[in-house]
Design a protein around this ligand. Sequence first.
Ligand code: HEC
Ligand code: HEC
Length: 393
Amino acid sequence: MRNAALVLFVCFLGGCDARIERFQPNEVFSLSLAKARSTPTELAGKDASRVAQELYGTPDEPLWPESPAAESVLADKQNLFRSSGPVSSEKDGTHLGLFREHCVTCHALEGSGAGPASVFQNPYPRDFRHGVFKWKSTERGQKPTRKDIRELLGKGIPGTAMPSFALLTPEDLDALVDYVVFLSTRGEVERRMTAAAIDELDYGESSPGGELTLNSRNETEGGEVVQEVLDRVHSDWADAGKLEVKVPPFAELAGEDLAASVDRGKAFFHGQIANCSGCHGPAGDGSMPTLDYDDWTKEYTTRIGLTPGDREAMKPFRDAGALRPRTIAPRTLQDGVFHGGGDSASLYRRITQGIAGTPMPAVEVVSEPNGKGLTVDEIWDLVRYVKQLSTLQ
Ligand code: HEC
Ligand code: HEC
């Protein structure tokens, strides 16, 4: 029923069998860049969008460009075909148009996270185009693995609007994983090409022309810059599996041992090194006020010197499709709802990596107590404390 309602909603917007000729250019990024670099970026943005289309195709006919790393990033091009395009079924029952059927109302066609249903959500749906993901097994600055995204689709993100898709077939889920990788890669390449056009190819008031124009053929300087961007983003995805956080063994404790560990954890929670209470509140109940934003929002607000609450300053960004800026609150740790998993290993990763794209910082793992970081055992104390915070209620 719910899916039927979603499809109807999308049909209403675009017509279910409507063809969609192109991905929307990333105008919010172009505008932020114009402000950050004090230079016009319209031409750079336009050319980046054109080249992104040559490389990655359209919402109905996606392409996967060549790069040394590209083959190992995307498991199956048939999956791209099945996830893209309008919603339909083939005679044998194979579903097509999976992304438009299940994800587009929130994540939007181009994966900007500004779909029609996003407006009332907190946190907002992910903008895949930054290439930044929160809930993963890899190091903070790295891409998630395919397995991370696959598991996330199975579980959803508890405590957010992102539902579980466990009822889809394994084949459909695999296809959607590839499509997330596709949208993220396409969107990040578009962003990086726009920036490279300004920084390396002298785009500005006018287009540099000739050899320096962004293009999808390797022979010119503009083509080489594009290929470099492409190779960089594709190899970041290809390397993700090598950069998983190694989680040391966790010992289940009971009785006095557990109580002593929790006590030590509590001290670290309030202590100077981790200072978790500085954000999550002394009781871990998320009661501290915050004026902080996530990185997706900061890019078009505080990082370019604009005040998120200044409607006038925000207007051009909002007109270009940016969502209304909302602060990111350090959450309560008392309700037992963990967006990225409440198991020991997930909590270990959250604490030692922080949460990418958010203000939550990493605690450094040290081999001996040195006043700057915590040892593995001390981090496990902290994990035990966080776990029991949610069992107190
Ligand atoms: C009802 C809205 C909604 C729908 C439908 C939805 N999502 Fe999401 N999604 C969200 C929200 C909200 C977040 C951000 C949660 C957060 O920041 O913790 C998110 C985050 C994500 C992330 C990022 C996870 C990370 O580690 O950062 C991925 C990947 C994702 N969604 C994929 C999908 C796919 C694929 C579909 C369709 C099968 C889908 N979503 C459908 C709302 C939705
Ligand atoms: C600078 C502020 C800040 C500090 C310091 C901080 N956090 Fe966070 N924390 C956040 C924010 C913001 C979020 C919400 C992230 C989100 O949902 O996108 C968060 C989320 C969390 C989560 C939820 C993860 C999940 O899967 O839902 C846990 C657990 C957590 N923090 C534990 C800690 C611990 C333990 C410490 C100390 C080592 C700590 N935090 C220090 C800001 C902070």
